[in-house]
Structures are given as C-alpha cells and as structure tokens.
Design a protein around this ligand. Structure first.
Ligand SMILES: *[C@@H]1O[C@H](CO)[C@@H](O)[C@H](O)[C@H]1NC(C)=O
Ligand SMILES: *[C@@H]1O[C@H](CO)[C@@H](O)[C@H](O)[C@H]1NC(C)=O
Ligand SMILES: *[C@@H]1O[C@H](CO)[C@@H](O)[C@H](O)[C@H]1NC(C)=O
Length: 515
C-alpha cells in the first residue's frame, strides 16, 4: 500500500509538464513516428507544443499546440535538389555532407521564424522538457539549453555515429558501420577497412567542420554565451531509437533505448471501395508503394514500362500507390490510388506480397502485418534495409536501374509461392512484438522519467566523458611499452657491460701469457 502511494505521488508530480517538441525534418515518414508520442503526451495531461510540417490537426487534443512549419521547411529539400544527392549510388561522404547542409538550412529557417522566436527568445517561456530529432546535426538542441530544460532525442531510425559518440555508446567500426553504409555484423576485411576509414573521416569531419558550423548557427540566434554545441550534444538525457528489428544488436548505454513499431496502430476498417476491391481479389493482391519520399509517378518511363509489363503477365491484382490521376497503358489488373491507408491494406488477408522501396517505416508495417516483401531500394538507408531483410529470409531484393520484366516477375512469384518468406516475416513479427509493454508506452514512460528526475545524470555512462586515448588505453599501453623498453634497455646494457668486461679480461689474460 505504501509503495503504491509513493508510486502514485511520483506520478502526480508529472501530471502536467510543459513539453516542447522540435521535429524539424519535413519528411512524412519521419514524422509519423513522432506523431503518436506527442499525441499521447498531450492526452496524459501535459501541455505540449510542437513544431512540425505534419500536424495532426485533431481538435479533440486540447492540450496540444501544433505550429505548422511546412511552409518553411518543405520547400528547402526541393530547392536544394536533396533527393538526387542521397540516391544510393552517391558516395557516402556526399550523402552526409548534403544531409548536414539540409540541416543547417532548415535550422536557420526555423530559428528565424517569428512563432519560434516567440518561444525561445521569451523570458516567460518555461518548459520542463524539450524533444528533439537527432537527425545528424545537433544545432536545435541548443534551444533546450537556452530554455534551461533537459532534452530527449527521438529518432525515426537508428543513431548516427555523432549521436552515439555524444551518448558514449560504444561504436567499434569493426562491428557497426553507419546508417548510410550497407555493412554490419561479421564484416569482411574490405568492409571493416572501409567502415574504419569512414569512422575516422566521420569523427574528423564532425569535430572540425560539422560541429563548428552548428555552433555558429546556434550562437547566431540563441546568443553568444551559449556553451559549445558539442558539449550541449553530450547533455542529451535520452536517445530513443526506432526499428531495432533490422539493426545489429549493441551493448547500449542506459540512456540509449530501442523502440520498435512505434507508429504501428491497431488495424482499422478499410474505406468501403477499397475493402470491396481487396475482398473480391480472391486470387491475391500485390501491394506496391514506394512510400512518401520516392514517388511512383516520377519513375523513368522505362521502369514504368517494365513494371506494367510484368504486372500484366501476373495472375494477381495489383494495388499501386501512384500519385497521378492517370497512368497511360495501365494494365486491367492494376488499380491505382494517390494515397492508401497502408497499415490497413497490409492487414488484409488477400495481400500476398508488398513491393516496396524498403523504407524503415514501411518495413515495420509489413512485419507487423506479416506480409513478405520484394524490395527495390532508391535512397538513403534503403539498400541496407533490404539487405538485412534478405538475410532474414523475409524478402527478395531487386536493383531498379537494371530491372527486367522477367526478374520482377520471378521475384514476386518466388515470394508468393515459397512459404519460407511468410514464415520468416511471422518469426520477426512474433519475436519483436513480445515486449514488456508496447513501444509507445515505453517511450512515454522514459520521457516522463526525464521530467521527474530533471535529466539523467545518474544514468550517464563514463564512456561519454573519457577521451578516445583514455578509452583505448593508449596512455596505459604506452606506459607499459615504455616500462618494457626500459627493462630491455637496462638488460641490454648489463649484458653488454659484462660481455665487454669479460672480453677485456680475456684480452688482458692473453696479453699476460704472451709477455
Ligand atoms: C488536458 O490536460 C488536463 C490536465 O492538464 C487533463 O486533465 C485533461 O484530461 C487533458 N485533456 C485532453 C483531452 O487531453
Ligand atoms: C531576442 O531578444 C533580444 C532582446 O529581447 C533581441 O535583442 C534579439 O534580437 C532577439 N533575438 C532574435 C533572434 O530575435
Ligand atoms: C548540461 O545540463 C546541466 C543540467 O541540466 C546544466 O547545468 C549544464 O549547464 C548543461 N551543460 C551544457 C554544456 O549544456
């Protein structure tokens, strides 16, 4: 009883916290992961203010204030032609530099916005917690420092090297590469070699280019008296990561927390016409969508032709998320829609396979609904994702630039007709949905934990504060090597001395005999 009372007392103290969420990247597939978190926090009675390009606009959420920044950040990636720099064919340093540049531009644009200035440059602004998006650059974390509030990073995928480093999470390049590099686990020699070179370049580039640039932007808007951004980054209370299903297991420090299927909702009934289409497709349905970043309507004419020819020769219905009204030459068995309730479509029993760009959120949805995949990666981490799914036996991977009709047909037929793909997806689903509490509840519990304890200094790993040469024991190894060298040197001198002495004596003795 006493325990219960103390417990409820602790809970009442966080009944009504003020939370600011800064979700600066405009991509929908990132924002869908954060939406349930800010919704849930507001429903629990917290006063939540978020900056986002994808507001929920739900009037029943009375404790939620959404500042729609879509007019500010959505045009920026387009203006920078961002997509063309993160296609999987680009070298990794180009992807990283462009993603950083995008971050700088978006951070500046948001920090210049009147509505945001009214929040961060206002002595009446009081927040108990700031939620940030740890998407490569830490610039906006400085807003939390300015507001004197602890902050929590919420990612829509895994962590970048910089974030792991700041949290003190071990990141040996022998075992882990980076989100944009398609290596992991037992790497071959050349993979470890590249992973190591990338790691060294990445640490160098962060320390001497990225962090100083972020620091400069943060200080320009938030004041010159701000601590260095690299130190602010190390003050992150928690790093919440999504989608551990595909990532290599790690020895995470206590402040790095994996959450799976955060955005997956219970199955809802389908709109009537869609339900009819799927119900009637007794022969089976291939669901095809390239997500929200890669648009089907923008594919090359050649690839569209290959897709349509393959579809027309398959004995199934195809449901295709296609963003235009018309698709010239559309085969009879193909149905196009501009937008589809993907989680609910995937839950329909007639859906046999999901032809996907293999974005993380799509993969989590397919796994949660038990649908095997054929993956066709285009950008960012997608090539890595599909490689992992193929290893798990849950998908077949394709290369879109050289794709032929026969390859596509045989990949789809293989996944539909060979039951091992479905079995492996169901295995992943079972293993990953078996958790002490659902991911959203865990996320909210940890966020409120930070509010209750005003940070997580007591959970901080010492790895966050030691230098690299202390961590790698470079000084200790040098000391041991010096001691060994000294002992060897003394031994050498002693041997040399006794040897010389004895030869001198021998010579003396020889001389004595002669005379
Ligand atoms: C709003 O917050 C108050 C407490 O701050 C809480 O009692 C109420 O249930 C919340 N309402 C909704 C709809 O979230
Ligand atoms: C913040 O407020 C101070 C004075 O109240 C003002 O001088 C400064 O320009 C403001 N900063 C921004 C970014 O508007
Ligand atoms: C880190 O957080 C603590 C407590 O919230 C604060 O006192 C300190 O100034 C912060 N340091 C930096 C560099 O942000």
């Amino acid at each position: 009883m006493k325990v219960l009372l103390t417990f409820s007392l602790i809970w009442t103290t966080v009944n009504c916290a003020r939370i600011l969420g800064i979700f600066h990247m405009p991509s929908y597939s990132h924002q869908v992961v954060f939406q349930p978190i800010w919704r849930e926090l507001s429903l629990r009675g917290h006063q939540v203010t978020v900056l986002t390009a994808h507001p929920l606009k739900d009037p029943s959420l009375v404790n939620l204030t959404e500042i729609d920044v879509s007019a500010i950040n959505v045009p920026i990636p387009k203006r920078m032609n961002f997509m063309q720099y993160i296609v999987k064919e680009q070298p990794i340093h180009v992807k990283v530099k462009k993603t950083l540049e995008l971050n700088y531009a978006i951070s500046e644009a948001l920090l210049s916005d009147k509505r945001f200035i009214d929040i961060y440059n206002n002595s009446n602004s009081k927040f108990d917690l700031v939620l940030v998006q740890p998407y490569i650059a830490p610039t906006l974390y400085a807003v939390a420092t300015k507001l004197e509030a602890p902050f929590v990073g919420v990612s829509s995928f895994g962590g970048f090297i910089g974030a792991y480093y700041a949290m003190g999470n071990p990141h040996p390049p022998s075992l882990y590469s980076d989100i944009f590099l398609p290596y992991h686990g037992r790497m071959t020699f050349s993979e470890r070699f590249r992973s190591t070179l990338y790691y060294l370049w990445s640490r160098y580039y962060w320390t001497f280019h990225a962090l100083p640039k972020c620091d400069q932007i943060a200080k320009k808007y938030l004041g010159q008296d701000l601590p260095y951004i690299g130190d602010i980054e190390k003050n992150m209370s928690l790093l919440l990561l999504s989608n551990p299903i595909l990532y290599e297991r790690r020895p995470n420090v206590p402040t790095v927390i994996d959450l799976e299927m955060l955005h997956v909702k219970p199955v809802k009934p389908l709109p009537t016409d869609l339900k009819q289409f799927l119900d009637n497709a007794k022969e089976g349905v291939i669901y095809f969508s390239l997500g929200s970043n890669v648009l089907s309507a923008g594919l090359s004419e050649n690839l569209k032709k290959v897709l349509m020819e393959a579809f027309s020769e398959l004995p199934y219905k195809i449901l295709w998320k296609f963003e235009d009204d018309k698709l010239p030459g559309k085969p009879k068995n193909v149905e196009i829609r501009k937008w589809l309730p993907q989680q609910d479509v995937l839950a329909h029993s007639n859906v046999k396979v999901f032809l996907t760009q293999s974005g993380l959120q799509s993969i989590e949805e397919a796994i949660s609904r038990g649908v095997p995949m054929v993956g066709m990666p285009f950008i960012s981490d997608q090539a890595w994702n599909i490689r992992r799914l193929v290893e798990e036996g849950a998908a077949v991977g394709l290369e879109h630039s050289t794709l032929t009709k026969e390859e596509l047909k045989s990949a789809l037929l293989e996944v539909i007709n060979n039951p091992t793909y479905k079995e492996n997806v169901l295995r992943l689903q079972k293993v990953w949905s078996d958790q002490p509490m659902p991911a959203l509840e865990r996320a909210v519990w940890w966020i409120e934990y930070v509010i209750r304890h005003k940070g997580t200094r007591h959970l901080r790993s010492p790895t966050a504060d030691v230098t690299w040469f202390e961590y790698l024991l470079v000084d200790v190894i040098l000391a041991i090597l010096s001691a060994i060298t000294l002992v060897l040197f003394i031994l050498y001198k002693m041997i040399k001395f006794t040897f010389r002495k004895s030869t001198v004596e021998q010579k003396k003795a020889k001389k004595g005999k002669q005379s």
